[in-house]
Each structure stands twice: as structure tokens, then as C-alpha cells.
Design a protein around this ligand. Structure first.
Ligand code: FES
Length: 172
């Protein structure tokens, strides 16, 4: 084989090697992209979880003195229509009349029971108590019951979305 032929053969090998490297690189890029997309899809919340992300409830369904418990993101939410003889707390009162709090004790996570005669929530686990505003008044709970993010649309409360009233509450 002449030198020229050897050179030509060598160039041919190099260009074939380059092509294979480019092809492998392209396949690797596609593979990594697909793997990242698959991971993203895994992290995306399931449709039923998304459906639970916001919950709408008509506050006008709750009569004065009545407590309704609804479920939001797997947690109970207490909606209490307060009466005049219940603790006043404008800074924690929704639409001027309602206490809306997550029904999970801020001590160790038990579900407090509403005691209508005393107008308090009593936690069965360690005796913690919260007034009608959801503020801790006795026992081990370190802070009031949490207020879920909410938005008002007339008498409809939308849990899971932050409206101006909620933002004002948490900033105060
Ligand atoms: S969990 Fe409620 S007082 Fe301990």
C-alpha cells in the first residue's frame, strides 16, 4: 500500500470514528433528556392531589354557633361560625364572623375536639386547650392553631389560595 493510500485509509478511519463519537454523544444526550423528563413527571403531583390543592366551601352554610369540619390536603379544617359570646379576635376572624383553622394540635399533631358548652377546643392527647379563635390558652401547645391560606370570593372560601385577607392576617 502506498503512503497516499495509507493516508487516505487513515482519514477514512478518523472520520468514521468521529461519526461514531457524535452519534454516541447524540444518543447520550437524548437518553439524559429522557431520564430528566421521566424524573420531572415522577415529581409532578398526581391529578387527584392537584384537585385537593384548593377546596371551596360556602361559609353561609355554617349557622351561628355551628362548627363544620372539612378536609383540605388530607387535614381537617375547622370552620366555626362565632357567636357574640365567643372570644373576639378580629385579627384571626375571617369575614368578620368565622374562625378558620387547621384542626391539628400544634403540640404533637392530635386532633382537638370542640366543646360547645365551654366554647373551646380540647386536645385529647395532653390536655391542650384553644379558645374559639384557635388561640392556645392552656397546656403544652406552643402556639395557636394554624390558619390555612385562603381567599374569599363572596361567601365562598377557597382554601389553598392566598387572598388579601389572609396576607393581612399573617403579617399582623
Ligand atoms: S398533641 Fe395536643 S396537647 Fe399534645
Amino acid at each position: 500500500m502506498s503512503n497516499e493510500e495509507k493516508l487516505e485509509k487513515n482519514e477514512e478511519n478518523i472520520s468514521r470514528r468521529d461519526f461514531l463519537l457524535y452519534a454516541m454523544g447524540a444518543w447520550a444526550t437524548v437518553g439524559v433528556g429522557y431520564a430528566l423528563y421521566a424524573m420531572y413527571k415522577t415529581w409532578e403531583p398526581l391529578p387527584e392531589v392537584m384537585a385537593q390543592a384548593t377546596v371551596k366551601f360556602d361559609l353561609s352554610k355554617v349557622k351561628p354557633g355551628e362548627l363544620k369540619v372539612i378536609s383540605w390536603r388530607g387535614k381537617p379544617v375547622f370552620i366555626l361560625h362565632k357567636t357574640k359570646d365567643m372570644t373576639k379576635c378580629p385579627e384571626r376572624t375571617v369575614a368578620g364572623e368565622y374562625t378558620v383553622v387547621i384542626g391539628v394540635c400544634t403540640h404533637l399533631g392530635c386532633i382537638p375536639n370542640w366543646e360547645p358548652d365551654k366554647k373551646i377546643w380540647h386536645c385529647p392527647c395532653h390536655g391542650g386547650e384553644y379558645n374559639a379563635c384557635g388561640v392556645n390558652i392552656f397546656g403544652p401547645p406552643p402556639r395557636p392553631l394554624d390558619i390555612p391560606p385562603f381567599k374569599l370570593e363572596g361567601t365562598i372560601i377557597v382554601l389553598g389560595e392566598e387572598g388579601p385577607e389572609y396576607r393581612k392576617m399573617i403579617s399582623g
